[in-house]
Design a protein around this ligand. Sequence first.
Ligand SMILES: *[C@@H]1O[C@H](CO)[C@@H](O)[C@H](O)[C@H]1NC(C)=O
Ligand SMILES: *[C@@H]1O[C@H](CO)[C@@H](O)[C@H](O)[C@H]1NC(C)=O
Ligand SMILES: *[C@@H]1O[C@H](CO)[C@@H](O)[C@H](O)[C@H]1NC(C)=O
Length: 468
Amino acid sequence: MAWLKSSLALTFLLLSAVTVTCALSDAQVDEWLRSRDSALKPLTLTRRDASGIKPRHLRPYAPVKRDITPPDVGQVSTFNGDPQPSRNGNGGLFSGDDTNHPIDVQNPDNVAGPPTDSGVVPNLKWSFSLSHTRLLKGGWVREQAITDLPPSVDFAAAELRLAPNAYRELHWHRVAEWGYILNGTGRISAIDETGRSFISDVVGPRNGNDPDIYYFPPGVPHSIQALDEGLEILILFTDGNFDRLGTTFMLSDWLARTPLQIVAQNFGLNVSDLQNIPKADPYIVPATVPPPPLGHAGDGAPKSPVGTVPSPYVFSLSKQPRQQAKGGWVKIQDSATNFPVSKQVASALVFVEPNGLRELHWHVKDEWLYIIHGHGRATAFAGGSTSRTFDFQAGDTGVFPNSYGHYIKNLSPTEPLIFLEIFKDERFVDFSATQWLALTPPQVVADLLNISVATVQKFSKDKQVIVA
Ligand SMILES: *[C@@H]1O[C@H](CO)[C@@H](O)[C@H](O)[C@H]1NC(C)=O
Ligand SMILES: *[C@@H]1O[C@H](CO)[C@@H](O)[C@H](O)[C@H]1NC(C)=O
Ligand SMILES: *[C@@H]1O[C@H](CO)[C@@H](O)[C@H](O)[C@H]1NC(C)=O
């Protein structure tokens, strides 16, 4: 067998050498395949022929057209829309039905990552498009939990869409809930543990203004209702294992699971008053009467004898100035600086100009990422000579575990990249690689990176956040 293997390998090499300069015709490849072990043929060849689909043959070697010009500096391989597991003479081609082509097109760095990628980094990306969507009367919801993206320990998330005037039913959670209004208008109400009340409208991005954020501490019971535009929210929960029992508590579900006589006595009612309460939690419920319009949250709302909550549950990003950077801007929201109640969630809304770069940095907590707009690329450095590059687009989520070094690059020369960085923390914290090097004695950096002191002195002493 050994001689057979080596003679095959030799033929392979010879063919490789030939095909580099002159591509084989399909007929030549067919002939070559047939002359050898049938196991070398793509299993689908016959079926594909019979189905009338033009067969894509298993080629021993063929040069792939791509936009990498040597030396390989790690740019994305575009492969002109046909990603192949081949880069710099390594790898080979897909043989046909062995890949999910549309997913490859969105993730060229999974197929042919930069040569700097190394070792095994677990998957750190999840697209809501891979989640099951629950279709309900008055909206839909889809979730990302730890079962979808195991490294997302600190957060589970959901996208929730409510039709005009529809309700998310009354409920509370064991964990904190943080919401970012993606679209439309809505109204939320809640009380704290002393009975102080809160009611407020929330609005999505409009007229160039950034949207509202809300936060409910663990246990705080609340309602959410869409107003006449409908409402879409990105919701985060401060536990990746969100679907485990004992995390979410719907009021209607509770009442349906309690003897009705007890419910009646509790509320000081007759059993007959409660004959029609829901038998199961409907999750989303259409409204019977339209609510007071936007800006009239208080109309008809009961007043609590002990007043309103001291610290609002809503934060308007539109009222916060943008922190300008060379390559974009950022708005940071956290409990320590501007949204006191949000003790367990800090966030940054990041806008990266075309071709801009969220600089090399790391955090002291897991980062949960959500892409609002555009196309990005990020490499997660896990220490120990291990890193992996991911591609992101709108609707994708990701996680950079605590302390992993990373950047996020806007891949578009024309479109901005907009995303959220979210942390289970009372303060937004990041370390900038550039700032660190600029504030280290230059000779130290020069010696350790083998660059000149003059080069080290170009590094910015200020955090750049986003580089042009
Ligand atoms: C909100 O939804 C409407 C209707 O689908 C759409 O036209 C609009 O562009 C959306 N706005 C944003 C900010 O996504
Ligand atoms: C219950 O119904 C009875 C008879 O209709 C009535 O007399 C009573 O006041 C009701 N109690 C409450 C708490 O509504
Ligand atoms: C530093 O760079 C020079 C050439 O630029 C090279 O000769 C030298 O080996 C490098 N030193 C280290 C420690 O890599």
